[in-house]
Design a protein around this ligand. Sequence first.
Ligand SMILES: Nc1ncnc2c1ncn2[C@@H]1O[C@H](COP(=O)(O)OP(=O)(O)O)[C@@H](O)[C@H]1O
Ligand SMILES: [Mg+2]
Length: 595
Amino acid sequence: MSFFKQYIAKNFSNFTFFYSVVRSRLLVVISLAILTGLLDSIGLTMFLPLLQMSDGSSNVDLGNLNFINDFLNYFNIKLTIFKSLIILVFVFSLKAYIVYKSGVYRVRTQQILTKKIRMNIVNEFPTFSYQKFVSADQGKIQNIFLGELSRLNNTYTNYVLMIQGAILIIIYMLFSFVVDWKFALLVCIGGYVSNLVFNRINKLTKEKSKNISLVNNAFANILIQYVSNFKYLKATGEILNYRDKVEESIDYVQHEALQISILNNKVTAFREPLLIFIIALVIAVQVYFFDARISLIMVSLLFFYRALIGIVNVQASYNTTISNQGAIDNILDFYKEMQNNKEKIGKKEYLGFKNEICIRDLYFSYNQTPILNNINLAIPKNKTVAFVGESGSGKTTLVNLLIGLLKPKSGELLLDNVNLLDYNQFSYQKKLGYISQEPTVFNDTIYNNITFWAPKTPENIKKFNQAIQRASIQHFINALPDKEEAMLGNNGINLSGGQRQRISIARELFKDAEILILDEATSALDSETEKQIQESIDNLHGDRTIIIIAHRLSTIKNADIIYQLDKGQLIAKGSFSEVIENSESFKRMVLLQEL
Ligand SMILES: Nc1ncnc2c1ncn2[C@@H]1O[C@H](COP(=O)(O)OP(=O)(O)O)[C@@H](O)[C@H]1O
Ligand SMILES: [Mg+2]
């Protein structure tokens, strides 16, 4: 039994996958195919009386298909050449209509499939663990979002064509069995032999297909970096070396694609002569060994021919299906990865905190390597708190834990004594403002960048103007020809590092973030710009909770509490002057920076 289950699971995994997404629609597709096959077969059967009557014989003998004649007789219809022709035209017109309808239905089902899968992946993305995302293959993820989904379309279309084709073949076979079983048996044997031949090639194609997904992922990765590291690559002349790498990768992708299409072409080219050979053989057997009526042979041949064309089509669809199989596997793998690394969402709605954020006995590690150890600290509401320490001491990791991007391995993060994990983290994160060293800029207008696509109501415009004023960017924006409608990012205006940072700050001010987190937000800026931004942030002092990580200690001079980290441990805390007194290393840092 379990073997049987496995067999089904293996051979029908695509069916179960598609069925799980489009459900009963797949059954409608199948029903329409059955209807098409029946109509086609009845139409073909009409050639039998036609051939017999054109022979001059007046009595019609449909052999085992006489039930069709009986059915017509029941309605007092006696078959004549004319009536047969009318039925023929009617049946084939009806069939054409069904074929047309089922074609449209197939495309609609395919759209539903794509949409559902896209939506599923897009929907899972927000809860995808940040820790997993950072170590995931970004090229692969982009390839899934962009490339693999269109390959999936292709797979589905061909899979359905394959099922429809298979149903047609079965119906033709049934009819030709009824007309002349010996003949049908020969066709079966012929079809089986041709299938054996193609199975071997199909196996090869399947393996190649898996490989092509891997190759495409790697290619996407290389290209993304070619574009995103453009400046560095160009500035250092390394772009020429990197270009060679990209070119190599292009060649490799093409090579693999060519291999798979060579296989496909071989199969296509080889198929027809093989089938004609089988037909010839069957006719020879029919003529030399069995003495069948010529009209029966003719009609059987029609069925036979249809069935063989069907086999060819099914094999072609099957081949395309498996050459795109890698896409399904890739998408499913990623989907599973997202589900296995899904963040648990707490139930409590976060409405703000009253007194303090408290970190208790916090421990965090990356793959057994301790990064933060035994951290105990408090962040009082509306105070400015700074983290200092050498690069690699764990400041960013600590902030990532505070944001809820990472989860503590042990210990707790408490907001007024409620564990952060108990909250719906989205409701918490919505109250956070986050600015890092690389400001986030979307390819859109300044207004949309700052308001996150808020509608342009008078109220929002007022808030927007306040935000840009407090971030000291209003003069820059108002001097632009398009003002706040100017485009940023690709194909938009180029901003200096300081301007970008101010846009980011304005965004968080517009958002009215309760907790503002700045992780080396001003480290990349010149001291004059930093001073200006510092003033904007100082303006918020006491007005909301601010968490600052900064390299230049001048930035944090006014912080209410400074926490010094060293190799993942908290080694000093207090006001600026207190920490100077208590920590030799901090004192050295201050002296070095000549404050
Ligand atoms: N995704 C990661 N996987 C493994 N180790 C990491 C990862 N991110 C950071 N680390 C390590 O954690 C330590 C602390 O990093 P980080 O918090 O970024 O330091 P800081 O911000 O103080 O410079 C570093 O030793 C760094 O190598
Ligand atoms: Mg850092």
